[in-house]
Design a protein around this ligand. Sequence first.
Ligand SMILES: Cc1cc2nc3c(=O)[nH]c(=O)nc-3n(C[C@H](O)[C@H](O)[C@H](O)COP(=O)(O)OP(=O)(O)OC[C@H]3O[C@@H](n4cnc5c(N)ncnc54)[C@H](O)[C@@H]3O)c2cc1C
Length: 477
Amino acid sequence: MNIDRPDRVADAVARIKQALGSKGWIEGDADTLKYRRDWRGNRTGKALLVARPITTDETAAVVRIAAEAGIAVVPQGGNTGLVEGSIPTEPRPTIVVSTDRMTKVRSLDSENFAMVAEAGCIIQNLQGTALDAGRLFPLSLASEGSCTVGGTLSTNAGGNQTIKYGNTREQVLGLEVVMPDGTVYEGLNTLRKNNTGYDLKHLFIGAEGTLGIITAAAFRLMPAPRVVETALLALPSPEAAQTLLLMARELSGDAVRAFEIMPRETLQLALDHIEGIVDPLATPSPWYILLELATSSPIDDLRAKLEVIFERASEAGLVTDGVIAETEEQRRQIWRPREEQAEAGKRAGWGLTCDVSVPVSRVAEFLTFSRAEMAKMMADVTFNTMGHMGDGNIHYTVRKPVQMDQQVWTQSKQGLADRLNDIVSDFGGSFSAEHGIGAEKRETLEKYAPPSKLALMRTLKAVVDPNGIMNPGKILR
Ligand SMILES: Cc1cc2nc3c(=O)[nH]c(=O)nc-3n(C[C@H](O)[C@H](O)[C@H](O)COP(=O)(O)OP(=O)(O)OC[C@H]3O[C@@H](n4cnc5c(N)ncnc54)[C@H](O)[C@@H]3O)c2cc1C
C-alpha cells in the first residue's frame, strides 16, 4: 500500500477521473456533501472524490486504481443507511463510489420469475417494473423511494413484508461483485437450484460494502398479489397482539404479509410532525396493529377472512376497535403514520434509537419487561417501541424525560442502551435486527458476538480484502 505518498494518491485520482469521463465524478466539499453526510445528519466524512461509474467495467477500473494507490473505497447507494455505513469515517485517503448511475434492469423473465438489476436501481422502481410484468418484487421498506439494490443487499434489509417473503437475502439468486483488487466475481444466475460448491453470494449480502462492490443482482420474483386487505386494529396490550398474530396467521391460511405493532406514541409522533396524517380511529388506544393480508389468488376471499379475524379477536377481547381500508387511498392513509416514522423522528429530534429483535413468540414479554426496566432506571422516559412484530423486530426509541437537562440525558442514555442490549441478549435476541453495524455499532458487535464469529469474520476480511481498502472502519474494528 502507498497511502503515505500524496503524489501517488493525486495521480490515482487523476486516473480515476480519466477512466470515468467528466460526468463520472464529483469533487469539492459543497458538491460532495450529500455523499459524505449520513441520512440522520449525525456525521460528515471526508472524500477525495465521488466516483460515479456507469458500468461494471468502470467500477472495476476505479477500484483497481484505488487499490494500487491504497485509497479506501466506500460504496454507496441511496445513502439511507442508519448506522453510518455508507459514508467515509476513517482518516485516510478515501473515495466514495456511488452507484447512482448504474440503474439498468438487465433482464426480466416473467416465466422464470426472475429479474437482473444493477446496483443503483431504486427499490420502488423495481417494484413497478416487476408489477408491469405481472410479478411482485417483494422488498418493501419506508426508504424504498431512495434506497438501492446495492445498499439493500449490503445491509440485508428487511422491511414490511419479511413475515411473508423473507429479508433481502431470501430474494437473491445471484450476484456480480467488483472485488477489492478490481477483479469481477461473476455469480449472476437465475437458478433455483445450484449446489456447485460454496454459495458465495451470501458472503456479500449483509457485508456492508466491506468485501466488494455489488454491481448487479439476480432476484427471484413472486406472483403479483391480486387482493390486498389492510386493517388498523386497536389493542389493549402487546400480549393481545401476540395472540392476535397467531390467530391471524392461522385463520388467513398464512396470508399475513405485514404485522406491525405501534404504541400510541407512534401515531402521535406522526400526527405531531407530518402534514396530512389523520388518526384513523375515533378514540386513542394504547396499542395498534397494522395488519395486512395478501394473496395472488383471485378466488381467495381475503376480505371475509379479515372480517372473521376482526370479529373473533373482538369477541376474545384482543381488539377493541378497528378500521378496514375500503380503498387504496384509505390503505395509504393507514400506512402513512408507520411509513413516516423515520422522517417524524428526524423532525422531532432523535432519542435513543435501537433496532432489536427477539424470537417472534417473545415480543410481548420483551416489550413489557424492557419498558418496565428502563422506566425503573429513569423515571418519565417515553417510548416509541414499534415495528415488525411479525418478524420479532422492534424499532426501539427511548426519549428524554421532558424536564431533563440535555447534557444529563446525553451522558446517561448509553446506560439505557447497555441495559436494553443486555435484556435483548437475555431474550436470545439481536442488538441489530435490520440496520447492520456500520461505524456505529462496532463496539456493540465486539461485546455481543461470539468470539468464534468475530474471528471467522476477521479471517474472511483478511483473505478477501488483504489491504483493507473496502469500506474501512465498518463492521469490524
Ligand atoms: C426512512 C427509512 C426507512 C428505513 N426502513 C428500513 C426498513 O424497514 N428495513 C431495513 O432493513 N432498513 C431500513 N432502512 C435502512 C436503509 O434504508 C436500508 O438499509 C437500505 O436498504 C439501504 O440502502 P441504500 O441504497 O440507501 O444504501 P446506503 O445507505 O447507500 O448503504 C448502506 C450500506 O451498504 C453499502 N453499499 C451500498 N451500495 C453498495 C454496493 N453496491 N455494494 C456494496 N456495498 C454497498 C454501503 O457501503 C453501506 O455500508 C430505512 C432507512 C430510512 C432512512
